[in-house]
Design a protein around this ligand. Structure first.
Ligand SMILES: C[S@@+](CC[C@H](N)C(=O)[O-])C[C@H]1O[C@@H](n2cnc3c(N)ncnc32)[C@H](O)[C@@H]1O
Length: 301
């Protein structure tokens, strides 16, 4: 990180307290929320689900990458600003991995990480992520077999003994997924990581578990990182909280009580949590879809 010319040095301003907001908005009742969550978890007929954010109280959108990555994009624009040195030969964690698109990309040869674990609170998304990984590997293998057959080499076109090429076999060993509520379940004595990603997740933790949940998230990340480790965060701006505040009674209540605003996160991570430096990658991001032009910050422990 030190090599980078646009590295932002630690700015030591303390964030001010924000006024609590009064809210009279209608909230989704606990009964409604239960029904919605049951539908989500039990794999009920998706055609009957309303296309509404109220079914996704944790930002657990089923077609998230459908909104984020438009057809004219070759890949998620965030991948272009991530530096290989943060991943190559490293153990990585992707918190709130959704259906695993970013996690699998980072697991590929281009970034060369040693391992990457994607965790998400939503078990159905973890299933999709595992399916996506298997599907990617199968497609790769088929492509390689076709190429080998086109080359006319009988030997090459035969599958390897376990039916996979060495690269895709590696990918199975590198990438894994696990259902987990990161705020509640992770024991800090567990594995350590060199790089942790938390992309577009802070708002959901904040709305569901309030300021305490957010601080728990940041503290756990810090404890799970090896010395010198990297934390890549894409926080959602405060204005976007308003849109989602009514997804449940809990989020509506927490929204009213939130004091720490996203614009304070940088100082919290530096002054209170203990990260040494921060680098702002936002200016290098280009071509993001409308509504996803968010800050991307990289902290070093
Ligand atoms: C808006 S998506 C972002 C997906 C992905 N990180 C990206 O940016 O491409 C937020 C994800 O965070 C997950 N999430 C929210 N709270 C979580 C928690 N406490 N623990 C683990 N995952 C969580 C949601 O289920 C959802 O898949």
């Amino acid at each position: 990180m030190g090599q980078d010319s646009n590295e932002t040095k630690t700015k030591r301003k303390r964030g001010g307290r924000s006024k609590e907001k009064k809210s009279t908005e209608k909230v989704v009742t606990t009964e409604e929320q239960k029904k919605q969550q049951q539908q989500q978890g039990n794999g009920s007929n998706p055609s009957k689900k309303k296309k509404s954010q109220e079914f996704c109280p944790f930002g657990n959108y089923k077609n998230y990458y459908g909104y984020r990555i438009s057809n004219d994009m070759d890949e998620d624009p965030r991948l272009k600003v991530l530096k290989k040195e943060w991943f190559q030969g490293k153990d990585c964690l992707d918190i709130g991995c959704n259906s695993g698109v970013m996690t699998i990309h980072i697991g590929k040869k281009k970034f060369g990480c040693r391992s990457i674990l994607g965790v998400d609170i939503d078990s159905s998304l973890i299933e999709v992520a595992r399916w996506r990984l298997r599907n990617f590997i199968r497609t790769q293998n088929q492509g390689e077999k076709k190429t080998a057959a086109a080359d006319g080499s009988k030997e090459q076109s035969l599958p390897l003994s376990d039916g996979s090429s060495s690269e895709t076999k590696d990918l199975f060993q590198i990438v894994s997924f696990q259902k987990e509520n990161f705020v509640h379940t992770r024991n800090p004595d567990e594995n350590r990581y060199d790089t942790i990603l938390c992309l577009s997740v802070t708002k959901w933790v904040h709305l569901n578990w309030g300021d305490d949940g957010l601080i728990t998230l940041f503290s756990k990340i810090w404890r799970l990182l090896n010395p010198g480790g990297i934390f890549v965060m894409e926080p959602q701006p405060w204005k976007s909280y308003e849109k989602n505040r009514r997804v449940s009674e809990t989020t509506a209540m927490n929204y009213r009580n939130i004091v720490l605003r996203p614009e304070h996160f940088q100082n919290i991570l530096l002054d209170k949590i203990g990260f040494r430096t921060v680098e702002d990658l936002t200016s290098s991001l280009s071509g993001v879809s409308k509504g996803f032009d968010r800050q991307v910050l990289v902290f070093q422990k």
